[in-house]
Design a protein around this ligand. Structure first.
Ligand code: DGL
Length: 265
């Protein structure tokens, strides 16, 4: 390990990746977490694969040059889909963990065999997701109800969560799932746990929601311990944002953090 304390770079297009950071704070100690909310380029899910790759490369380069990170968490399903392969090829000595829609745990949980998947348009169209679903559902008697949610990330970034527009959008998207007896929904975007309570109330509470933050945290713990990390001591979180960010929303997701000067892009 390069550093005495584990240095972790985590990024997303905005607030969503903080749901992953929250999971990290329950598991990881003796570490500095540097978080980039790339609000200048949000939402990633409505950008081209080339743009998403470039943002991911720029932020990773920044983490390496400025913070000499030991581990990178791509806390974004969309960026993972289009950049993880390239990042792993470019930085073979860095611990790199991506975020993938939790289709596997959903298959294990469902009783009705009807699973909903909510994700960004880019994630659902991406080859990575298509391959994952093909591999995992092969030979299984399951039906997947996939739903892209354009506009939802923008609502969440604005802090417009418990408002009529967000509820109407979710109602429309969830209604085929409700009609078809879906009992498990994959939250395939790290922003979506922030509207979990609305999803639960639309589905009448009778639903299992799958998010992957704690699996990522446990994987980071195992991989970092392999390179000598001692998981005992203080944890600090530094948040960078590339454009404006809703600070009240940050406070409601995570309690204890410091702002670093905005990263220049
Ligand atoms: N939170 C991200 C994800 O998990 C990206 C959302 C976006 O910017 O569209 O896909």
């Amino acid at each position: 390990m390069k550093n005495e304390k584990l240095k972790i770079g985590v990024f997303d297009s905005g607030l969503g990746g903080l749901t992953v950071v929250k999971a990290l704070t329950g598991v990881i100690q003796n570490a500095d977490i540097f978080y980039v909310a790339d609000t200048k380029n949000a939402p990633y899910g409505e950008k081209t694969p080339e743009q998403i790759l470039q943002y991911s490369l720029d932020i990773t380069q920044y983490f390496i040059e400025t913070h000499q990170i030991d581990a990178l968490i791509v806390a974004c399903n969309t960026a993972t889909s289009f950049a993880i392969k390239k990042l792993r090829a470019l930085y073979p000595n860095l611990i790199i963990i991506g975020t993938e829609p939790g289709v596997k745990p959903a298959l294990e949980k469902t009783k009705t065999g009807k699973i909903g998947v909510l994700a960004t348009p880019a994630t659902l169209q991406g080859e990575k997701y298509q391959t994952l679903v093909k591999q995992l559902s092969k030979g299984k008697n399951v039906v997947l109800y996939e739903q892209a949610c354009p506009g939802l990330v923008e609502q969440i970034e604005r802090g417009a969560i418990a408002c009529d527009t967000t509820k109407t959008l979710l109602n429309t998207w969830l209604s085929p799932m409700k009609k078809n007896n879906v009992d498990t929904i994959v939250l395939g975007c790290t922003h979506y746990p922030l509207v979990a309570s609305i999803i639960e109330s639309i589905m009448d509470g009778d639903i299992t929601l799958i998010e992957t933050g704690s699996a990522i945290a446990n994987r980071l713990l195992a991989l970092s311990q392999n390179i000598g990390h001692q998981n005992e001591g203080d944890l600090s979180l530094f948040i960078h944002h590339t454009d404006t960010i809703n600070k009240e929303s940050i406070d409601s997701i995570i309690a204890d953090y410091n702002f670093l000067k905005s990263m220049s892009t």
